[in-house]
Design a binder for this molecule. Structure first.
Ligand code: PLP
Ligand code: SF4
Length: 365
């Protein structure tokens, strides 16, 4: 399987038209195991990705970190720790405040605005699984209702456009959203959450650059999701460069995934490689308590241990994401907390990444 079957030469529209979501298409990229085939034949869930991202899968290794994010596993049918109705709980959709389905709110000054449930990969670990992968929930994604709600809430200054993947919308719809948001006087910044730079870098076209770009006083920030160094290619590097040169900053929100990125070497390489393609690590998320993803979850401490053992002090300070768990009451930092070893009236005792100790005077208030 040496050529990539047009995976990098196809336009983004062709990539979506040739979406790899049948056994037949998948078999152009990998030799399926019996287990994988059996699950796919039962076909209980939405799955699939672009030809481009599929071409990054290892043809023979079912443990390939990309393959495990794309191909459903029988383990998804087990659920010991996941919460029922997870998304309703997580996104505070059952509180008193009247909001359109598209608006999720946990903070005063910013909201998440869900504009589509289509994705360029149906991640097996997705916390919105009930919505985007299993299709158990039906939401109304009327964009105008969401815009209207935002315009009536002057305390909201930052809108995070999410999904699904908002950059899979047609250019006109993205342009409309940005134009309408920028016309609301209290909106100071717009953010996109999108895996497009990773799974469909061909989407960053000159036309899209025109829509997103420019030195506007309401800037656009983008956070993507890359979980393993193998996901970073020259195509992603080019897409990120294109976004940056038109004024869009690109950050990363990785998910801590057991067997994919929860070892020191992979975790460090991921964060170093992100910076090499100009993506700034922003968050690492603890894998949330959504149903059917127990097999991806580690103990909570794992992410803090990885930051301690792989990143902080060990490599470039820019390669330091904040480790958090996203909950119904907002994102809670879970960063390592062993740097302050001791404190008395005179001094603090501090520890570095090598276990060395130093002291700092304790100044009374
Ligand atoms: C994640 C999230 C945000 C943005 O949080 P930041 O920490 O500012 O990146 C805002 N609203 C909701 C509902 C979110 O889930
Ligand atoms: S791209 Fe995002 S919303 Fe879509 S399946 Fe993956 S994690 Fe979920």
């Amino acid at each position: 399987m040496s050529d990539d079957r047009g995976a990098t030469t196809q336009t983004w529209q062709q990539q979506l038209a040739n979406f790899v979501n049948t056994i037949e298409r998948l078999e152009q990229y990998v030799n399926l195991t019996d287990d994988e085939r059996q699950i796919l034949e039962q076909n209980k869930t939405t799955w699939g990705t672009t030809p481009y991202f599929a071409s990054l899968m290892d043809a023979d290794d079912p443990q390939c970190p990309i393959r495990k994010q794309v191909i459903p596993s029988s383990l998804e049918q087990q659920n010991t720790y996941g919460m029922d109705d997870y998304l309703m709980w997580k996104e505070n959709r059952d509180t008193e405040e009247q909001r359109p389905d598209s608006i999720a709110r946990q903070y005063k000054d910013r909201v998440a605005f869900t504009v589509t449930q289509t994705c360029g990969i149906y991640c097996r670990h997705c916390f919105r699984k009930e919505l985007v992968v299993d299709g158990d929930l039906t939401f109304d994604f009327n964009v105008d209702d969401g815009l209207e709600w935002i315009s009536q809430h002057p305390e909201v200054r930052d809108v995070l456009i999410t999904g699904g993947d908002p950059l899979l919308l047609p250019d006109e719809k993205i342009a409309y959203l940005i134009e309408r948001l920028r016309a609301i006087p209290h909106i100071q910044m717009i953010r996109f959450g999108s895996r497009v730079p990773i799974v469909l870098p061909q989407r960053i076209t000159p036309e899209l650059k025109n829509i997103l770009g420019g030195n506007h006083k309401v800037p656009i920030w983008l956070n993507t999701q890359c979980n393993h160094p193998k996901e970073l290619t020259e195509h992603t590097a080019q897409a990120v460069y294109d976004l940056m040169t038109c004024g869009v900053n690109v950050g990363n929100q990785a998910v801590l995934l057991k067997g994919i990125n929860d070892d020191v070497e992979t975790f460090r390489e991921l964060h170093q490689k992100l910076l090499r393609v100009r993506i700034r690590p922003y968050y690492v998320f603890y894998c949330e308590a959504a149903p059917g993803i127990d097999h991806f979850r580690t103990p909570v401490e794992k992410g803090a241990e990885l930051i301690r053992d792989a990143l902080r002090g060990h490599t470039t300070g820019l390669a330091q994401p904040m480790y958090v768990v996203a909950t119904n009451i907002g994102k809670i930092p879970l960063m390592p907390d062993y740097y302050i070893v001791d404190k008395d009236d005179e001094q603090y005792t501090l520890r570095n990444h090598k276990g060395q100790i130093t002291h700092l005077p304790n100044i009374p208030e």
